[in-house]
Design a protein around this ligand. Structure first.
Ligand code: C5P
Length: 236
């Protein structure tokens, strides 16, 4: 496709953004919607997690914003779509899909995500995911910063206790070590960090549809979002 064609397809591709705190179910829901519609999927949190992991692997000082910004901009990372609908995350040739999901890396990601140099370094990479036939993007600032033009913006929440329990089950299912009280503490401290940072804090976009999933099943949330997309004539 030539450059003009690429720009044209990018500009018409519809976007659904799903923002919310960690463990609210946005990753699972985004994956379900992208795979049902055959749209592209951006797990923006994975980019911040990979940046944190790369910093750890290369011994980059967490107190050096410039070095972290350069690292973010030049990440050698690939997102490979799996037949299961999931995504394999490959950093410098190594499958890091599980390694980036620990709470330790989540907290480090939340720290590097406070840095303007890191956010700027990842911005264009995120925009590039917007392509025909559409994009489902999940994160913290998808609707407020990266895809302000999105036709549908969802803000998905759930109580911290419920989110800790969900993450606990997720990690257990993957055979990873986890303890519920520590998970709850990590989730609450990450919420605080994400909501109170100066740049791109976690908050609903003014035009977001807010969904509290504490007492909802995954299918209920999925159906609610699909109904909103239909209401906006983004899909049939
Ligand atoms: O969504 P996930 O838990 O994988 O994100 C990890 C961390 O990356 C978040 O706690 C947040 O600090 C950061 N993040 C962000 N902006 C995004 C996505 C994630 O700041 N769009």
């Amino acid at each position: 496709m030539n450059e003009a064609g690429m720009n044209e397809s990018c500009s018409v591709a519809p976007v659904i953004t799903i923002d919310g705190p960690g463990g609210s179910g946005k990753g699972t829901i985004a994956q379900m919607i992208a795979s049902a519609l055959g749209w592209n999927l951006l797990d923006s949190g994975a980019l911040y997690r990979v940046t944190a992991l790369a910093a750890r692997n290369h011994g980059v000082d967490m107190a050096n914003p410039d070095a972290l910004g350069v690292l973010a901009q030049h990440l050698d990372v690939q997102f490979l779509a799996l037949e299961s609908g999931g995504i394999k995350v490959v950093l410098e040739g190594e499958d890091v899909s599980n390694e980036i999901r620990t709470e330790e890396i989540g907290l480090m990601a939340s720290r590097v995500a406070t840095l303007p140099a890191v956010r700027d370094g990842l911005f264009e990479r995120q925009k590039a995911f917007k392509d025909y036939p559409g994009l489902v993007a999940d994160g913290r600032d998808m609707g407020t910063v990266v895809f302000v033009e999105a036709e549908l913006k969802i803000y998905l929440t759930a109580s911290a206790q419920e989110r800790a329990e969900r993450r606990f089950k997720q990690l257990q299912a993957k055979g990873m070590d986890a303890k519920l009280p520590q998970l709850l503490e990590a989730i609450e401290s990450r919420d605080w960090q994400d909501m109170n940072r100066a740049i791109a804090p976690l908050k609903p976009a003014d035009d977001a549809v807010e969904i509290d999933s504490t007492a909802m099943s995954i299918d209920d949330v999925y159906n609610a979002i699909i109904a909103e997309a239909k209401k906006r004539k983004m899909i049939k």
